[in-house]
Design a protein around this ligand. Structure first.
Ligand SMILES: Cc1ncc(C[n+]2csc(CCOP(=O)(O)OP(=O)(O)O)c2C)c(N)n1
Ligand SMILES: [Mg+2]
Length: 326
């Protein structure tokens, strides 16, 4: 092979960077098995129910906040982890895995719940150590936890990193995809729109952004307490993306949107959700952005989402001896 000059390398890199998106496509890499738990694979609906139970338990027993932000997100994650993404709990660093970033890092309990239910991490360990001093399970999602790609918490950071990951997938000639979930309030951040422009400029068609459109942020409705967001899908379209609105709690609708073709363009899924979804007294009540359930509130909440046969292990504050969940 002829020696390459630095100029040759630069030109080759430029060509890769600007190569028509979608080439080589997903068929060019060996397919990974869909997300698999070591045991029987739960349906996405079962997975979501189990995740809600876990999120409620860990935020309540630790006194950590953001339970409503997590419940808003659970169905999106259940469909991503249970059906759409190619990830492998037995090998969390498999190079061919799809990448996932929770940019609204304060909803981290929902990611940990997904990882626990799929077997990336030990559920009992999570139940005992979430939010504990010195534990890897920090309230804002941490990449010290197996299966987590990026620590987040400062809003507006995830989409830019996801662009880099999608570009890296193209440079590696890999068909892996990158999924980034953001909050709607988070879309007030200018860095989101800077990254959105970059994604369409680079035709990053391995990139999927999901906006958890619950209409609320930390102190009230998004449009009343901060900036007016208007039609977010239309905004992404005007930034050169394919954009789809869907019901963020309807698993079939989510799956259809998340797997929709978007050759040559990044895809934005605007998932219309309810903050606190699944627990009647938390839905739409801003108190639950920061507050966590007392033991009594937890029992009421679990009675609405409880999964038959699921319980809490001895040694956790919710173990049967303390009258834990049914
Ligand atoms: C850069 C930055 N500014 C402010 C905050 C404080 N903060 C934490 S959560 C939150 C509201 C986020 O609302 P949204 O993105 O809609 O998420 P939701 O909880 O509704 O899912 C804010 C402003 C932050 N984490 N990062
Ligand atoms: Mg919101």
């Amino acid at each position: 092979m002829a020696d390459l000059t630095p100029m040759d390398v630069e030109v080759a890199e430029e060509e890769l960077l600007w190569a028509p998106a979608g080439e080589p496509g997903p068929s060019s890499v060996p397919a990974l098995a869909p997300a698999q738990a070591p045991g029987p694979v739960p349906s996405t609906v079962d997975l979501a129910r189990r995740m809600r139970e876990d999120c409620l338990a860990i935020t309540s027993s630790s006194g950590a906040g953001h339970i409503a932000s997590a419940l808003s997100l659970v169905d999106i994650l259940a469909v991503l982890y249970g059906s759409v993404m190619h990830v492998n709990p037995a090998d969390p660093k498999d190079p061919a895995r799809d990448r996932f970033i929770l940019s609204k890092g304060h909803g981290g309990s929902a990611v940990y719940a997904a990882l626990a239910e799929l077997g990336f991490i030990d559920r009992n360990d999570l139940l005992k150590n979430y939010y504990a001093s010195g534990s890897v399970y920090s309230g804002h999602v941490s990449h010290a936890v197996p299966g987590v790609e990026l620590s987040t918490g400062s809003l507006g950071q995830g989409l830019g990193v996801a662009c880099g990951m999608a570009l890296a997938a193209r440079l590696d000639a890999s068909g892996r995809r990158v999924f980034c979930v953001m909050g709607d309030g988070e879309c007030d951040e200018g860095s989101v729109w800077e990254a959105a422009l970059l994604a369409s400029t680079l035709e990053l068609d391995r990139l999927v952004a999901v906006v958890d459109r619950n209409g609320m942020q930390s102190f009230g409705p998004t449009d009343e307490t901060a900036l007016k967001l208007g039609d977010i899908a239309e905004k992404f379209r005007s930034f050169g993306w394919r954009a789809i609105d869907c019901d963020g709690h309807d698993h079939a609708a989510l799956e259809a949107a998340l797997t929709a073709p978007h050759g040559g363009q990044p895809l934005a899924v605007i998932a219309h959700t309810v903050k606190g979804k699944g627990v009647s007294f938390m839905e739409g009540d801003i108190r639950w952005h920061y507050d966590s359930a007392s033991k009594d509130e937890l029992r009421r909440a679990l009675s609405e989402v409880a999964v038959e046969g699921m319980g809490f292990p001895a040694g956790t504050s919710l173990s049967a001896s303390e009258g834990g969940a049914a």
